[in-house]
Write a protein that binds this ligand. Structure first.
Ligand SMILES: *Cc1c(COP(=O)(O)O)cnc(C)c1O
Length: 421
């Protein structure tokens, strides 16, 4: 039996209705921007495997560091013990994080990074004996699939069975130049109750919401209001972090900075699942006390796994390198040129671009995971390009190491695909 057949016996895949999608393509190898299936067919990884492998798959610098670490220390309990990879990572990361971030808390994935952030914010006020229990989130946000993260997410079509178990959240619309006045007033009224503990947002780009982008000045205004009322600002940089918006973190586009930042996905350069929730000294100090119960009693078995920390350190080394910074700016320039070229195509309704993220909306209505969307997906795969359209949105978020020729190939396949719909 081949791999695809063996897969069917015991595996249950994420985000999948198996009755409608029984087949999963075996990938046997990945190198740089290329995925290889079990028949040797090649695909350009146009979304960096969900924005994780930003320095290319099986990057030689990263794998050599991990191999060396594997001979020294594989895993140790991070409660009561510490180790060099975690310490080195903290020093390198704090140096590039937006100002005032000073403490790092480890967990395993983007969803847990968000859960940790929510718990930190709620316990911050609990410890200070201030009754603040409400949380504000943006409509159509995506923050993950655990209960806390699901609660603050607004893309809720899949949350039906769990709705009554979720936290109660106040939702505001994503601000635009047309609705901003109403949104600001709504936000002000909510925070004026004095009951709001935190405001959570994906800075500038809502990834799962079809790469929707919004204006830095408008977000800055919301942050200014939050700051004024001592509401904790939680930036979910799980998708936007580590160079994708052309700055190390999207938060750098705003004057007002978050109190808490969530990181995962490309934190470990796509090699290992690991997440971080960073916070300011001010947050940390509310937990620092003689009373044991004021501490943060949250912890995952694999916290700060030394191999994952090593991958993260190597990833940061590459991120800040001249080579990668040049690639980011070149990809960004090429995206803008393609945007100018394609935006007047009669099948295109709108386009947007930030850093290495490019998205276009087709001017027809399509279901998020419907028939037409599948037709597009299958066409891309036949053409050897892995892209995952979301409804009628086609987006590209390639590894930084993609060449101009490979990028042109993606643009070309997208342009041809417009004739299909
Ligand atoms: C992917 C994502 C998450 C969830 O991360 P997982 O590692 O899949 O749990 C949370 N927030 C944002 C913005 C994301 O893009």
């Amino acid at each position: 039996m081949n791999l695809a057949e063996r897969d069917k016996a015991h595996l249950w895949h994420p985000l999948t209705q198996h009755k409608l999608k029984p087949n999963h393509l075996p990938i046997v190898k990945a190198k740089g921007v290329t995925l290889y299936d079990d028949e040797g067919k090649e695909y350009i990884d146009g979304i960096a495997s969900w924005y994780t492998c930003m320095y290319g798959h099986c990057n030689a610098y990263i794998t050599s560091k991990i191999k060396a670490q594997l001979n020294e220390l594989d895993q140790v309990v991070f409660s009561g013990f510490t180790h060099k990879p975690a310490i080195e990572l903290s020093e390198k990361l704090i140096a590039i994080l937006p100002s005032k971030q000073n403490k790092l808390f480890f967990s395993d994935n983007g969803s847990t990074a968000v859960d940790v952030a929510i718990k930190m914010a709620l316990q911050y006020f609990f410890n200070k004996k201030e009754k603040r229990t409400r949380i504000i989130a943006l409509e159509e946000a995506f923050h993950g699939d655990t209960f806390g993260a699901m609660s603050v997410s607004g893309l809720s079509i899949y949350n039906g069975p769990f709705e009554s178990f979720l936290l109660t959240i106040d939702r505001i619309r994503v601000p635009t130049e047309h609705n901003s006045k109403t949104v600001f007033t709504h936000f002000k009224n909510l925070v004026a109750t004095g009951e709001v503990a935190a405001f959570i947002y994906e800075p500038l780009v809502q990834g799962a919401n079809s790469m929707r982008m919004y204006d830095a000045n408008l977000l800055n205004e919301l942050l200014a209001i939050a700051k004024k009322h001592n509401v904790i600002a939680i930036a979910d940089e799980v998708m936007t972090g580590f160079g994708k918006t052309a700055k190390h973190f999207a938060s750098e586009y705003m004057f007002h900075q978050p109190d808490i930042i969530c990181m995962a996905k490309s934190l470990t350069a796509g090699v290992a699942p690991m997440a971080l929730t960073s916070c300011t000294q001010k947050i940390y100090e509310a937990f620092y006390d003689d009373a044991i119960t004021k501490g943060f009693f949250h912890g995952h078995t694999y916290s700060a796994n030394p191999l994952a920390c090593t991958a993260a350190i190597a990833g940061i080394d590459l991120l800040v390198s001249k080579d990668i910074q040049e690639r980011i700016s070149e990809i960004s320039t090429k995206h803008l040129a393609f945007e100018r070229y394609i935006k007047n195509h009669h099948k295109v309704r709108s386009t947007r671009c930030l850093g290495v993220i490019f998205a276009l909306d087709l001017n027809i209505k399509m279901d998020r995971y419907g028939f037409l969307r599948d037709k597009l997906f299958n066409y891309f795969m036949e053409e050897g390009v892995f892209l995952r359209p979301l409804g009628n949105t086609i987006y590209v978020l390639p590894p930084f190491v993609i060449t101009n020729t490979e990028l042109d190939r993606i643009y070309n396949v997208i342009e041809n695909a417009l004739e299909l719909v």
